[in-house]
Ligand binder design. Structure first.
Ligand code: HEM
Ligand code: HEM
Length: 188
């Protein structure tokens, strides 16, 4: 499998970044919902609320770094041609959805970071070292960061649902192997 995309297939970097982000975002949704439902003193799967917050913030920032590499990889490389079974309308929807997905990969972690820094909560990376605060306390900024984080979480969830709907409709009902384009060791 080539490292970079070719004219007819995604390369190893695109596939690797895609699936790492899927796993990290699944954790972000799980931990985000668990930690906001927990009460102080609760323990879920051996982790305290504090642990969930630390891991949510730390892994969210790791996801931001991966998203930056992923975007760079997309810009320096080329994109494979469209799958031949996509209709013109689907191509337009996919194009818009991918823009939303990329935007969310940055807006989600940056808004979360602004919220916790401006709110004075800070980030204790993996429970080990405290990140410097480049923002400073601001109630207004914390409020905006929090709501952008929550609202874009819903927008991202809707975009992922649309993305999955198209992929699964093609894979399961049209049986054209669209999913295989993003799996290892396949040329198309
Ligand atoms: C990278 C992608 C990220 C995703 C997909 C994500 C997703 C979520 C979700 C789904 C929630 C639950 C929202 C709710 O209350 O309904 C949440 C909450 C939260 N996230 Fe993130 N998050 C990400 C990154 C970050 C980062 C980098 C930080 C901070 C450095 C952060 C800080 C927070 C905080 C503090 C909350 C609790 C907000 C509240 O009190 O309601 N998140 N996140
Ligand atoms: C289980 C969930 C997912 C599945 C099964 C899936 C599947 C796929 C497939 C098969 C493609 C290739 C489509 C084509 O033929 O061009 C693709 C592309 C893409 N997916 Fe997903 N996806 C999932 C979740 C996500 C998530 C959570 C994100 C972003 C947050 C995402 C972002 C993208 C993007 C941006 C592309 C375009 C290629 C690129 O620039 O990386 N996907 N996905």
């Amino acid at each position: 499998m080539p490292l970079q995309n070719t004219s007819d297939s995604y390369g190893a970097f695109t596939k690797l970044f895609h699936w790492i982000i899927v796993i990290l975002f699944a954790w972000q949704y799980l931990s985000g919902n668990i930690m906001t439902e927990m009460q102080r003193g609760d323990v879920v799967a051996s982790l305290t609320q504090n642990d969930y917050y630390n891991w949510h913030k730390s892994i969210g920032l790791v996801a931001l770094a991966i998203a930056a590499f992923r975007l760079l990889n997309r810009y320096i490389g080329r994109l494979p041609g469209w799958a031949p079974t996509l209709s013109g309308g689907e191509k337009k929807v996919i194009h818009r959805l991918e823009q939303v997905l990329y935007l969310a990969m940055f807006v989600m972690p940056i808004s979360g970071f602004i919220y916790v820094m401006a709110g004075g909560f800070g980030v204790l990376m993996f429970g080990e070292f405290r990140l410097p605060d480049p923002i400073g306390r601001s109630e207004t900024l914390a409020f905006i960061g929090k709501w952008v984080h929550i609202v874009s979480g819903w927008v991202l969830a809707a975009a992922v649902a649309g993305h999955l709907f198209i992929v699964l409709r093609h894979q399961l009902f049209m049986k054209d192997g669209l999913l295989l384009r993003m799996l290892p060791a396949r040329r198309k």
